[in-house]
Design a protein around this ligand. Sequence first.
Ligand SMILES: NC(=O)c1ccc[n+]([C@@H]2O[C@H](COP(=O)([O-])OP(=O)(O)OC[C@H]3O[C@@H](n4cnc5c(N)ncnc54)[C@H](OP(=O)(O)O)[C@@H]3O)[C@@H](O)[C@H]2O)c1
Length: 284
Amino acid sequence: MTADLPPIATTALPDGERVPVLGQGTWKMGEDARRRDAEIAALRHGLDLGMTLIDTAEMYANGMSEVIVGEAIAGRRDEVFLVSKVLPSHASRFGTIRACEGSLRRLDTDVIDLYLLHWAGDEPLAETIEAFGRLQDEGKIRHWGVSNFDPGDCEALFALAGGDAAAANQVLYNPGRRGIEFDLLPWCQRRGLPVMAYSPIEQGRIARHPALAAVAQRHGATPAQIALAFVLRQPGVIAIPKAGSSAHVAENRAACALALDDADMAVLDRAFPPPARASALQML
Ligand SMILES: NC(=O)c1ccc[n+]([C@@H]2O[C@H](COP(=O)([O-])OP(=O)(O)OC[C@H]3O[C@@H](n4cnc5c(N)ncnc54)[C@H](OP(=O)(O)O)[C@@H]3O)[C@@H](O)[C@H]2O)c1
């Protein structure tokens, strides 16, 4: 099935472990029981195609997304790089441990590969870091990281004892949301901290944009694939599109074969100007 596709490139976590730059998101999965079988089939199809990084969170569908992921990876755990997230309201010294144990149960696994703080909240970050360390010592998580952290949040994190052990920052990034290119992305790239681009096709909305359609036409591709290629052109960026059907999964997987050239970027830069100054980090 992947014979005619180039392999998915990998990027290095700070400790040198390599992970695929194209994975699978799961927000909204598990919300509608009628879609359950299709969602599980889509995730399994993604695994078949090498999209072995799967992103979920305790927040998604109140834990049901993790249940869907658990079913999708049953019998295939060793193939998967599993990412989940703790809610900021749970991210105290003990709450983080409890939340992780709940995620492990729902995912039906012994270990989460990368456990993220979903966004910066009110619990002291030092406590969250301490809990992440304990979870690592107990073998319940392998790496930890953050999400929706702007440059100031990252500086504050790295100033804390053990804060520079973060393995990733997951943020909103797609052609229409280029703010991170000004400051956050270079900050992370300088430190070898991978950026996980969430909503890389703007939750499907950007798939109708005429500039993406124009570039897509040049490549015999689709606008969604161009949005993914746009994100993946950056070193150290991992895209995690969510697809609820095997057809969308296959389309997204094929985006790895695309390389945007200067003419493509000129069209995209006109439609989606790169940032000229710092702006507040956007979230969805
Ligand atoms: N850390 C955070 O705060 C945060 C926030 C948002 C998202 N995330 C993570 O990032 C993942 C991706 O973001 P997202 O789900 O918000 O948005 P997204 O991946 O940009 O878009 C998902 C939507 O696009 C559609 N789609 C997928 N492939 C397509 C294609 N090839 N052509 C046209 N439409 C396509 C999907 O429809 P179908 O379902 O019908 O295929 C779905 O409606 C999430 O699932 C979640 O894991 C994290």
